[in-house]
Design a protein around this ligand. Structure first.
Ligand code: PEP
Ligand code: MG
Length: 848
């Protein structure tokens, strides 16, 4: 326990020093003194010219925030130099967690000002002192900047300070230092700083260390100045030297004063450091090489030239964008500086995800109109359209468009294919719009708060009353959930060799499979380019959304007699067979798991008069009849109604047609030499008997196809575990199922009793209030839904030891959920094709 005691001036002091001089051998630790302090020690161990430095541990900084100051006189006594000027910088455990900005030139007072005036000249001395008074006043004492704007001399600035503070400008180094330390310690404890670092993954009790360093003077006679150098392009990660240098400058002046600063390498924009001071440039390049090898990272280095002598003040991990993160990790591993495992661990799955989609240009100006749920990543700009026909018309004109709907239905899928992005008023991460958009790799913002979409008047009204009309331009960012005015600049995704390396290394280490949720050949093609292990979920209903098919599907649904239904199914059969042949061909022997039809049939029917009229024409029936048939098919709770296997039992011909299409496709591709063992999955099962009934019919279809084609094949029948009862009864269900694939979208919906299409309305309030730690539709609820998974897996395995276990809900692309599945011994996860690289990396990280 620290025992506070009072010193002579009545200040509370600590009975331990509370700081350590950083030397190559000192006990300096990242988890106690922070990342910067440790890094400076490493630079010293590399014998680089680092000015004398003292590190204060997290505990000391907490004490300072609480009003207990260490013995600063003793600390200052450790430094040599006349006059002595000091800087203080923050040193959090991880540089991403940020920290208050550096304060330089502590120790400047009337006496040192006079000393500098004599040695460096009045101009330089005035400039230094004026700047210090101003930054001390505004950054440390938090005075307004404005009164200092008119102060052009140190005397004037002092006068302003004294008028505002009603006390003299402090002349003692210890007093100045105490104020700086207190201000930085308290800034760290502030609410906004806390929230910012927590958003970067910092724990709530993350500590701040402080580093006090002797200033090297970049404003002396001869060659003096300061600069910043880095050895990669922060956007691409390519090895190029960038940075700036400014003569007669301190700290990061060179970055601030862009007009006067010079570039480091030869450049058309004027003489460079390389040309003006080649010796120094070579020295800096050597420092860069040393840092890369010893610190095993690309560093950004802050340096000062003090009368021709180089001093290295600081080195931080070079800031970089997503593409550069991947490139640097791969290059360090290829150069043998870090292991491949380390390279995999250094890239966060979220960063990799960003790489796969178009992004909002970080430098672009934006005006945010509304915010919703970031439902499918990527940015898109285009004109507002309100229906599929308009989206297709825009596509035909080659004009990008954003489909804006209250919520989407199967009718909108054509429009989603044609649009560049989707924005909905309602819905969450597993709503129809979100799931389809992710599958298509289409940016989507769902459940945008405050938006009112009127399809009738073709207008969107924003929370502030602004009205946007069809044809107005907007930009959506499905990675942040922002909806912006006009066309905001975006950057293209780039998948280079480094990305390929990272994927290959992930494959080498991961011990859980990653399949894709792919419904079309286009999805599957993308999944294959990402090196997927197979298709884990082909949602066959999506195959019926194409315009030609939707009509036949609707005719099938409207059939009044078995003969009419058979005739419609007869027309659907070759279409389905072609779909499956295409998928089997493309996946060339990799497993393909096809789910039988799942959604309520009425979802395929039009909901608006226009669509009903088209259907009435196709069926040659009166509109009123079509309307009343559609109304009679409405259910109070369609997601809990006539869907999934219930449909398979009530209208068995549909599943029979699908099974036949699958088997005939398998026979067709086998004839071409591609060996496939189709996997057929039954959705929404709740009882063993459902599986038995469907199995009997599918076995019969298989036998018939085998006989017709005089061939033999095998297939695997599995069950989608997406109702709580199926998880609980997984033991008896597994007796008739070769695999159990947990559909965690519906399982989450049913376990919580929370509509996946409506949760968006209150989810952010729930998460903000801490009711749920996170949206359970995005990150698997390991406590509740997770327990059902574990229970189902254990019961399934006990009944059938070799049963294949998988997860195919949207959680299949979520890193934490993947780690959970791996620990639970699952064989694979399945996610939308665009999430495959993220899932592979997360699977590898979970294995390492
Ligand atoms: C699920 O419910 O988890 C699932 C994958 O199926 P869908 O999203 O199609 O209902
Ligand atoms: Mg489902």
């Amino acid at each position: 326990m620290l025992q506070p005691q009072s010193n002579r001036e009545g200040k509370i002091m600590l009975d331990t020093p509370g700081f350590v001089e950083v030397t190559p051998k000192a006990d300096v630790r990242t988890d106690r003194h922070g990342n910067r302090a440790k890094c400076l020690q490493r630079l010293m161990r590399m014998e680089l010219p680092v000015p004398q430095t003292v590190a204060m541990p997290f505990q000391t900084v907490r004490d300072i925030a609480d009003g207990r100051m260490p013995d600063l006189a003793t600390m200052i006594g450790l430094f040599d130099g006349t006059p002595l000027l000091l800087s203080v910088r923050s040193s959090s455990e991880t540089s991403d967690w940020g920290g208050p900005g550096a304060v330089l030139n502590i120790g400047l007072n009337d006496a040192t000002h006079a000393w500098f005036a004599q040695t460096l000249g009045q101009g330089v001395a005035d400039k230094l002192y004026l700047r210090f008074i101003r930054s001390f006043a505004t950054e440390v004492m938090r005075l307004d900047e404005e009164p200092f704007d008119a102060a052009t001399t140190p005397a004037e600035a002092r006068a302003v300070y004294e008028a505002e503070m009603e006390e003299a400008f402090p002349q003692e180094t210890a007093d100045q230092l105490a104020a700086v330390l207190r201000s930085m310690a308290r800034a760290w404890e502030g609410t906004s700083a806390r929230l910012l670092r927590q958003a970067q993954g910092a724990p709530s009790d993350a500590g701040l260390g402080l580093v006090v360093q002797k200033m090297a003077n970049g404003m002396g006679p001869g060659q003096s100045g300061s600069g910043v150098i880095q050895f990669i392009d922060p956007a691409t990660g390519e090895p190029v030297v960038t940075g700036r240098y400014l003569g007669q400058a301190m700290g990061r002046d060179a970055l601030r004063d862009r007009d006067r600063a010079i570039y480091l390498t030869r450049d058309v924009r004027g003489p460079s450091l390389e040309e003006l001071l080649p010796e120094l440039y070579r020295e800096l390049i050597e420092v860069g090489h040393l840092c890369r090898r010893h610190l095993r990272e690309e560093m950004q280095i802050e340096f000062t030239v003090d009368q021709g002598r180089l001093a290295i003040l600081d080195a931080v991990r070079c800031p970089r964008e997503a593409r550069a993160s991947v490139a640097v990790a791969a290059a360090l591993a290829r150069d043998g500086i870090i292991s491949r495992a380390d390279a995999l661990l250094r890239v966060s799955p979220a960063v990799l995800g960003r790489l796969l989609h178009r992004q909002i240009d970080p430098g672009a100006k934006r005006k945010v109109l509304a915010r919703g749920i970031a439902a499918s990543p990527g940015a898109a700009a285009g004109r507002i359209v309100f229906d599929s026909a308009a989206a297709q018309a825009n596509l035909a004109r080659d004009e990008p468009c954003i489909l804006v709907r209250r919520e989407t239905t199967p009718d909108d899928v054509r429009g989603m294919h044609a649009a560049d992005g989707v924005l909905t008023e309602r819905g969450g991460t597993t709503s129809h719009a979100a799931v389809i958009a992710r599958g298509l790799g289409l940016p989507c913002v769902a459940g945008a708060t405050g938006l009112k979409v009127s399809h009738r008047t073709r207008c969107v009204t924003l929370a502030d009353g602004t009205v946007l009309k069809e044809g107005d331009e907007i930009t959506i960012d499905g990675s942040s959930g922002e909806v912006m005015a006009g066309r905001v600049a975006t950057t293209e995704p780039t998948l280079d060799g480094a990305f390929g390396d990272l994927m290959a290394w992930s494959d080498d280490v991961r011990d859980i499979g990653v399949r894709a949720n792919a419904d079309t050949v286009a999805d599957a093609t993308l999944a294959r380019t990402f090196g997927v292990d197979g298709i884990g979920l082909c949602r066959t209903e999506h195959m019926f959304f194409e315009s030609g098919r939707l009509t036949v599907m609707r005719e099938m649904i409207f059939a009044e007699t078995p003969a009419d239904r058979a005739a419609a199914l007869e027309r659907l059969l070759p279409m389905q067979r072609d779909d499956f042949t295409g998928l089997f061909d493309l996946m060339s022997g990799l497993p393909v798991c096809i789910r039988l039809l799942d959604p309520p049939l009425h979802e395929f029917l039009p909901s608006e008069t226009e669509g009903m009229r088209a259907l009435a024409e196709a069926l040659n029936r009166p509109l009123s009849e079509v309307r009343s048939r559609i109304e009679s098919m409405q259910e109070y709770n369609p997601m809990l109604g006539m869907r999934g296997v219930r449909l398979g039992i009530a209208v068995p011909e549909i599943y029979e047609m699908q099974a036949r299409a699958i088997f005939e496709a398998a026979v067709a591709v086998r004839a071409k030499g591609v060996e496939v063992t189709p996997e057929i999955m039954i959705p929404l099962v709740t009882a063993r008997r459902e599986v038995e009934l469907v199995k009997r019919r599918i076995d019969a279809v298989a036998a018939a196809v085998q006989q017709e084609h005089r061939t033999d094949f095998s297939y695997r029948l599995g069950v989608m575990v997406e109702t709580p009862r199926a998880a609980l009864r997984a033991g008896e269900i597994a007796e008739t199922a070769a695999f159990l694939s947990f559909g965690t979208n519906d399982l989450t919906q049913m376990t919580y009793g929370l509509s996946r299409d409506d949760a968006g309305h209150f989810m952010s309030a729930y998460v903000n209030e801490g009711v749920y730690p996170e949206d359970p539709f995005t990150t698997l609820d390991v406590d509740g839904v997770g327990e059902l998974l574990l229970l189902g897996a254990a019961r399934g395995r006990a009944a059938r030891p070799g049963v294949t276990l998988a997860l195919c809900g949207e959680h299949g692309g979520n890193p934490e959920s993947i780690a959970f599945c791996r620990l639970a011994g699952f064989d694979y996860v399945s996610c939308s094709p665009f999430r495959v690289p993220v899932a592979k990396l997360a699977a590898a990280q979970a294995t390492l």
